[in-house]
Design a protein around this ligand. Structure first.
Ligand code: HEM
Length: 542
């Protein structure tokens, strides 16, 4: 369906596209008139209906048959003499939307390869024009240039208040202010190191649960443990360790986060068509309900803290936001939105990545043993792993990089970018309002970039030190440029520390064949939750 490009012989047909309609219309009209004269009235009605239908189809085809699909029609008319983009025609009206879904990253990678459009491919998502890069050079142009600094806002994200938080806030003064506050008070090296004790306590709790589950059930459901640990870690970073939330509040917040993931991942026609009655799944109604709940629950926590007035000198994010100097103060509803965003973004990314890592280590026992030997060499048994130990664990870091390469939590870099003005990418004009995505999964599986790209070989990162923080587009799982993930250092610090502890205390073994099938919702997670067995290495394990 999508093997159609500007160079295809079909496209180079001698019949100009604009004349297609008139060419089809002439025989239609001739037939119509003849039929009306020759046969009885009923037949003439049926035939005229059929011919009108044919003419309509011809018109639709004429509109739809452009590379990239019909959202690119105006573009092709306007830039007739410019270099053009390749892309699938997609379906009438829907464009390439039917190809998206739980394996969109793979389908888009296949399309780009078959159309020879890795550098840049044009698509239509309903009426929205989209470009997608599967190449490091154009990925850099999109992520690091000044053209794509906004994000297309999904209706669900807007309703769930994310438009007032960092991730979806339009690029500008407000976004810069939020980002500066978060970078200084939530993601700074000092703050990450202040939270080391918290990360250690949470991993102790997770290990206790792991062992208890192993003893009780004979196997461990890794996902739940990781998710709850990650949620607990984010909640305490945001609301403070000393201001412990009741377990009921924690449960309510956990449920709200899960509901939010479900809603953001839901397909909503209104995101792709300019009509306000296409919400067939009731996403808006559910979002409205959830946003009210978030405002109540998080808003109440903010209120309580204000009432106690004990936030001065406290190091949690809420305390910091409330004690900002007057000129930097953020409005109360925006405080709620930012806190909610931190919990929302920080929870699943970390737990999903760890689940993939453990799955790969269960499958590759040799890699697991080697990582454990490295840890045993550096850290003695009667103390916690510390953030500062991670520098001495290059193999462990290489494992994390290799899993980020093979199973990036955001294979399409999760949140797309939106062109704020007309911009050149790869010498082609991309118009303001176009959505841009980078298929990081395609780049990190590209045979022309990576040797043996499908194999799990952490050693490749020992041979060559590839930065994953956004400077090297061969592997940029946290994005790059002005909207690069601000939580990348915190996320990696958490994953490294927890992984080192999990490997030091347990041997991870399969309980059933490990199924590496993927499912892309907001993040790319394992389709079937990982179940495995653990063997305890020390009796002292928490
Ligand atoms: C393994 C962990 C993580 C991964 C793989 C990840 C990945 C990403 C990616 C791909 C983006 C889009 C970047 C771009 O457009 O260039 C992003 C943005 C973002 N991430 Fe992360 N992330 C992780 C952890 C976190 C954590 C722990 C937090 C917060 C606690 C966080 C908060 C955010 C925010 C607020 C944005 C939006 C930035 C903006 O638009 O200015 N992330 N992340």
């Amino acid at each position: 369906m999508y093997s159609f490009s500007l160079n295809s012989p079909k496209y180079k047909s001698n019949v100009p596209q604009h004349n297609l309609l008139s060419v089809m219309m002439i025989p239609t009209l001739v037939c119509l008139v003849t039929t009306i004269f020759k046969s009885n009235f009923c037949w003439s009605l049926i035939t005229s209906f059929l011919f009108t239908l044919l003419a309509f189809l011809a018109f639709s085809l004429n509109y739809w048959l452009v590379p990239g699909g019909f959202a690119w029609r105006k573009y092709h008319n306007r830039y007739k003499h410019h270099a053009k983009l390749r892309g699938p025609m997609g379906w009438p009206i829907l464009g390439t939307l039917p190809e998206m879904g739980s394996l969109a990253h793979r389908k888009l990678a296949d399309m780009a390869t078959s159309l020879n459009a890795k550098r840049l491919m044009a698509l239509s998502f309903g009426t929205n024009p989209v470009v997608i890069s599967s190449h490091p050079e154009t990925a850099r142009e999109i992520l690091c240039g000044s053209g794509f600094v906004d994000r297309p806002v999904k209706e669900s994200a807007r309703m769930l208040m994310f438009e007032r938080a960092i991730g979806f806030a339009p690029y500008g003064t407000y976004w810069r202010h939020l980002r500066r506050v978060a970078t200084t008070h939530m993601f700074s090296p000092r703050r990450i190191s202040d939270m080391e004790n918290l990360r250690q306590r949470v991993i102790d709790e997770m290990m206790t649960r792991t062992w208890k589950e192993m003893k009780n059930k004979g196997m461990v459901e890794v996902r739940n443990i990781l998710h709850e640990g990650s949620l607990s870690n984010m909640l305490e970073s945001v609301f403070g360790v000393d201001n412990s939330l009741s377990s009921k509040t924690k449960d309510v917040l956990g449920d709200m986060v899960m509901e939010g993931y479900d809603l953001i991942a839901k397909f909503n026609w209104e995101d792709y068509f300019p009509f306000r009655f296409l919400d067939f799944h009731g996403v808006k109604r559910r979002c409205h309900k959830l946003a009210t709940k978030v405002n109540n629950v998080v808003g109440q926590l903010v209120e309580e803290r204000k009432k106690h007035g004990n936030y001065i000198g406290q190091h949690d994010f809420l305390g910091t936001l409330l004690s900002l100097p007057e000129e930097e103060m953020i409005g109360e509803s925006d405080v709620v939105a930012i806190l909610w965003e931190m919990i929302f973004r920080g929870t699943d990314t970390v737990s999903i990545l760890l689940e993939w890592i453990i799955a790969m280590l269960v499958l590759h026992q040799d890699v697991q043993t080697k990582a454990r030997e490295e840890i045993d060499m550096c850290i003695n048994t009667n103390r916690h792993v510390r953030d500062s130990d991670i520098l001495n664990l290059p193999y462990l870091q290489a494992i994390v990089k290799e899993v980020l390469r093979l199973h990036p939590p955001g294979p399409l870099l999760s949140w797309a970018r939106l062109a704020t003005h007309d911009v050149h990418v790869d010498k082609v004009v991309v118009r303001a309002g176009t959505t841009a995505m980078v298929n990081m999964w395609a780049i990190s599986h590209d045979e022309s970039i990576w040797e043996d790209p499908w194999a799990f070989k952490p050693e490749r990162f020992i041979k060559e030190d590839v930065s994953i923080m956004g400077s090297d587009m061969r592997l940029a799982p946290f994005g790059a440029g002005r909207r690069v993930c601000p939580g990348k250092t915190l996320g990696l610090a958490t994953v490294h520390l927890w992984l080192a502890e999990l490997l030091r205390h347990f041997i991870w073994a399969p309980v059933q064949p490990v199924d590496l099938s993927e499912c892309l919702n907001l993040s790319l997670q394992m389709k079937n939750p990982l179940r495995c067995q653990v063997i305890r290495r020390y009796n002292t394990t928490p």
